[in-house]
Design a protein around this ligand. Structure first.
Ligand SMILES: NC(=O)c1ccc[n+]([C@@H]2O[C@H](COP(=O)([O-])OP(=O)(O)OC[C@H]3O[C@@H](n4cnc5c(N)ncnc54)[C@H](O)[C@@H]3O)[C@@H](O)[C@H]2O)c1
Length: 297
């Protein structure tokens, strides 16, 4: 199969990432099935997409007819096996934990046609950790998007130990066809390119915070004004979801056993009390105020 043969894409997980990945593919003409644990979660994901596209219509970037057509290409499918049976490519975007992802890949492997390629949007997990739950590790790869997928242009494509060259090329070409820019990692390692660089920066930021050198708000301000980054490390964590960064660190630690990879205390405290960032209205900052105000530990 080449990228030209891809007709139907299944996206598993209709959260922050999956819903927009599905929408981005549909905007570029693909028929997409979107799967989650319930119809309610699927509706929630599509509601967010609709709001994004309505903004584009209001700005004159697309017509209401184009919007309706793109939304019409997304089928909400709470039955994973049913969605899998017709899929040429699957993009898995469920919770960032190894076991649920392995279980999901095993189910997909059983239900998808033999030619189908299975990709994970995991932020850190290496595809070989997940692909060994299938009988098609050569057809499995990482396809790592950035939040929000309807805006961010980069996709990291990672070749696992057993991923075939054909699979890497197919995912890279599919990425281009849906209006995104691939970078290819020929060797797998946890965190890929961007998150490793980001993690190195975040580790230093948490060190400065834990040493009492500066508040997290001032560290954010320093990075934003001094390095011209659009968001400092703490504001960015809120934006992506604190649980996402927390779970990614736990998974990295499982591989490295390096205590430096464990979640920092300021992050752990907020996750444990359910302050997960923008999506819950509170994380490092409280979003009920304008501008958002820093929260205490
Ligand atoms: N948020 C980010 O900035 C970001 C960026 C890149 C990659 N990722 C990765 O994308 C994946 C999803 O992240 P997210 O931020 O969208 O999370 P999220 O919590 O917003 O969404 C996850 C969705 O998956 C669903 N789900 C869980 N188990 C499922 C299953 N077995 N079958 C079907 N659906 C299931 C949940 O109901 C939820 O709707 C994770 O692997 C994450 O690491 C996240």
């Amino acid at each position: 199969m080449t990228a030209n043969d891809i007709k139907r894409i299944l996206v598993v997980g209709a959260g922050q990432m999956g819903s927009q990945i599905a929408m981005q593919a549909a905007l570029h003409g693909y028929s997409v099935s979107l799967n989650d644990l319930s119809m309610e979660l699927l509706d929630k994901g599509m509601k967010g997409n609709r709001a994004q596209l309505e903004k584009r219509v209001a700005r004159g970037q697309m017509t209401p007819a184009q919007m309706a057509e793109a939304i019409g290409r997304v089928t909400l499918e709470p039955d994973l096996e049913k969605g899998a049976r017709q899929a040429d490519v699957v993009v898995e975007a469920i919770v960032e934990r190894l076991e649920p992802k392995r279980e999901c890949f095993a189910r997909l492997d059983r239900a998808c046609p033999p030619h189908a390629v299975l990709a994970t949007n995991s932020s850190t997990l290496m595809i070989s950790q997940i692909a060994s739950a299938t009988k098609r590790p050569d057809k499995c790869a990482n396809m790592h998007w950035f939040f929000p997928p309807l805006v961010m242009r980069l996709v990291e494509v990672v070749k696992g130990r057993e991923t075939s060259e054909e699979t890497v090329e197919l995912i890279a070409e599919l990425t281009r066809k849906i209006g995104r820019e691939p970078v290819i990692l020929r060797k797998e390692l946890p965190g890929f390119l961007v998150n490793r660089i980001l993690r190195a920066q975040a580790r230093e930021a948490y060190y400065l915070l834990e040493e009492g050198v500066a508040s997290f708000a001032d560290i954010d301000k320093a990075v934003e004004l001094g390095l011209n980054h659009p968001m400092g490390p703490f504001r960015l964590s809120d934006f992506s979801g604190l649980d996402v960064g927390y779970n990614a660190r736990l998974e990295t630690y499982e591989v490295t056993k390096d205590p430096k990879d464990l979640p920092p205390k300021a992050l752990e405290k907020r996750v444990k009390r359910g302050d997960l960032g923008r999506k819950t209205g509170r994380g490092f900052y409280d979003y009920s105020t304008t501008p958002p105000t820093p929260t205490p530990d």
